[in-house]
Design a protein around this ligand. Structure first.
Ligand code: HEM
Length: 440
C-alpha cells in the first residue's frame, strides 16, 4: 500500500543502495583483512582495495549529500508521531556524519602511519595523505589512535543500521505507510547502481590485473629475474617512478670475476692457484631470519654480488666485499615485503644496497674462519664478524655461515609501533651459503 507517499528520486535511490551495499562489504572486508596474519599473500592487496573502496564510498557520499541538499526528500508520513520523526532525522544525519567520518578516520590512519604507504585509488590516482601529521613525533601512536577511532566509527554504522533497518521494516510491514517503498529501487535506480558497480568493478579489476606485486611474489621465491621492483615499488602499486631502472646483474647470471692479485699468484708458483673466486649465484643463498608477532619468519636477498679473494695459505691478502640489493628482499609475505622496502625499513629508494667488507680474516678452527668487517645498511655502519666454515675441493669451494644483528643498530623499523615487543624482534640472523669456483 502506498498511501500517496512520494518517492525518492532515482539518483537518491541508486546512491542509497549502492552506498549501503558497499559499506556492508567494506565492514566485512575490513574485519577480514585486519584479522589476516601478515604472512597472508593477499593481505597487502586487500588493504589497497579496502582503501580504494573506502575512498569511493567517501566520494559517493559527497555526491549523495550534494544531491540531498539540492533535492528535498519526500516528507515523512503526517501520521508519524513527532518524536519518531525527530529520531528518524537524527539517525539519517548521524548516518551522513559516519559516512564521512569513517573513511576520513581511515585516511587519517594511513596518513599518520610512519610507513608512509601511498594511497592510490585502485592503483590509478594518487590520493594525497592528510598533511597534519608531518611534524608529529610519535606517528605510530597517532596511527594506532585513528585505527581505534576508525573501528569504533565502523561499528557505530552497524549499530545505526540495526535501528534503521528495524524502522524501515516497521514502516513497510506494520505501518504500511509507503516509507519503505519510497526508497525501493525501480528501473532507473537499478541502472544507476549498475553503472556504479561497473565503474568500481573495472577499477578493482584493473588493480588486480596490473598489480606489480605479482613480480615481487615470484621474485621472493628467488626464481624471478625481473628487476623492475625499483621502477614500481611494492608499496606504491602501479605507480611507476620515471627514470628509476635497475641494472644489477640478475641472480644466476655470470658476474664480473676478479683478477687474481699478482703478488699472491706469485706466492704459490707450483700450481699457480688463483685466490679470486667467482660465486655461483644460482647455487648460493643469502637469508635473513627473524621473528614477527612471536612467529619466526625467513626471507632471502635474491640479488647480491660478492667479490672474494681467499687463499687459506695467505689469509693476509684475503678480502670479502658483498653488495646486497635491498630491493631484492623477499620473505613470502606481500605485506611484510612491501613494508620492508619502505623508508622506515630498508628505504630502498634512498639506499639501494647494503654492504659488507672485510679484509681481516682469521682461522678459528679446522675448516672454520671469522671475517671481521663492517656492515653498512642505510647510513649506519657497524663492526660485524662473519663466522663461517669453508670447504675447498680443487677449484670448487662451499662456505656457510652468518652473523647475528640487532636491527635497530641499522635504523630498521624505529617507530614505536614496530618497536613494541610483540611486533618484529630486534635480533635478526643473517645466514649465507655460497658456492664458488676459482677464477681463472
Ligand atoms: C565507509 C568506509 C569505510 C568503512 C565502513 C571501513 C570499515 C573498516 C573496518 C570495519 C575495519 C576493521 C577494523 C579493525 O578491526 O581494526 C577497517 C580497517 C581498516 N581501514 Fe577501513 N573502512 C572504510 C574506509 C576506509 C578508508 C577510506 C581507508 C583509508 C584510506 C581505510 C583504511 C583502513 C585500514 C588501513 C584498516 C586496517 C586497520 C588495521 O588492520 O590495523 N578504511 N575498516
Amino acid at each position: 500500500m502506498d498511501l500517496g507517499q512520494k518517492r525518492y528520486s532515482s539518483i537518491a535511490v541508486a546512491l542509497h543502495w549502492a552506498i549501503a551495499i558497499l559499506i556492508l562489504a567494506q565492514i566485512a572486508g575490513g574485519l577480514y583483512m585486519h584479522n589476516l596474519p601478515n604472512s597472508a599473500a593477499s593481505k597487502f592487496d586487500l588493504y589497497q582495495l579496502h582503501k580504494s573502496f573506502g575512498l569511493s564510498i567517501l566520494g559517493l557520499t559527497i555526491i549523495r549529500l550534494g544531491w540531498r541538499l539540492a533535492h528535498k526528500p519526500p516528507a515523512l508520513p503526517g501520521a508519524m508521531p513527532g518524536w519518531q520523526k525527530l529520531i528518524a532525522r537524527l539517525i539519517h544525519w548521524a548516518f551522513y556524519a559516519l559516512m564521512f567520518l569513517t573513511p576520513l578516520a581511515g585516511l587519517a590512519m594511513v596518513s599518520a602511519s610512519p610507513l608512509n604507504v601511498p594511497t592510490l585509488w585502485f592503483g590509478l590516482v594518487e590520493i594525497p595523505h592528510l598533511p597534519f601529521f608531518n611534524g608529529v613525533a610519535d606517528r605510530g601512536a597517532v596511527e594506532d589512535l585513528f585505527q581505534e577511532v576508525h573501528e569504533y566509527l565502523a561499528f557505530s554504522i552497524l549499530f545505526l543500521l540495526v535501528l534503521h533497518v528495524g524502522a524501515a521494516l516497521k514502516h513497510g510491514f506494520i505501518n504500511r505507510d509507503g516509507v519503505l517503498s519510497s526508497m525501493a529501487p525501480r528501473m532507473r535506480a537499478w541502472v544507476g547502481m549498475l553503472a556504479i558497480a561497473v565503474v568500481l568493478g573495472l577499477a578493482a579489476l584493473f588493480y588486480i590485473q596490473s598489480d606489480p606485486l605479482q613480480g615481487e611474489i615470484s621474485h621472493s621465491d628467488g626464481h624471478s629475474h625481473d628487476h623492475n621492483e625499483d621502477a614500481a615499488p611494492a608499496i606504491a602499486p602501479a605507480k611507476v617512478e620515471p627514470g628509476a631502472t635497475e641494472t644489477a646483474a640478475p641472480v644466476g647470471e655470470p658476474q664480473a670475476t676478479l683478477e687474481p692479485d699478482a703478488s699472491s699468484a706469485e706466492a704459490i708458483p707450483a700450481v699457480a692457484l688463483s685466490s679470486a673466486w667467482t660465486v655461483d649465484y644460482a647455487a648460493s643463498t643469502l637469508r635473513f631470519l627473524g621473528e614477527e608477532g612471536g612467529a619466526s619468519f625467513e626471507g632471502q636477498f635474491s640479488n647480491f654480488t660478492a667479490e672474494i679473494i681467499f687463499d687459506p695459505d695467505n689469509l693476509g691478502a684475503a678480502s670479502i666485499s658483498v653488495e646486497v640489493r635491498t630491493t631484492s628482499a623477499g620473505s613470502g609475505s606481500d605485506f611484510r615485503d612491501g613494508t620492508m622496502k619502505d623508508g622506515e625499513w630498508f628505504d630502498v629508494k634512498a639506499h639501494e644496497s647494503a654492504h659488507f667488507t672485510s679484509s681481516t680474516i682469521r682461522k678459528t678452527g679446522a675448516n672454520a674462519y671469522a671475517a671481521d668487517g663492517t656492515l653498512t645498511i642505510k647510513d649506519f655502519t657497524h663492526d660485524v664478524t662473519l663466522a663461517f666454515t669453508l670447504d675447498i675441493d680443487g677449484d670448487q669451494a662451499s662456505a656457510a655461515g652468518g652473523a647475528d644483528l640487532i636491527r635497530t643498530d641499522y635504523g630498521l623499523g624505529m617507530s614505536a609501533s614496530w618497536l613494541e615487543s610483540e611486533k618484529v624482534a630486534l635480533a635478526v640472523r643473517v645466514e649465507f651459503e655460497i658456492k664458488a669456483a676459482r677464477a681463472n
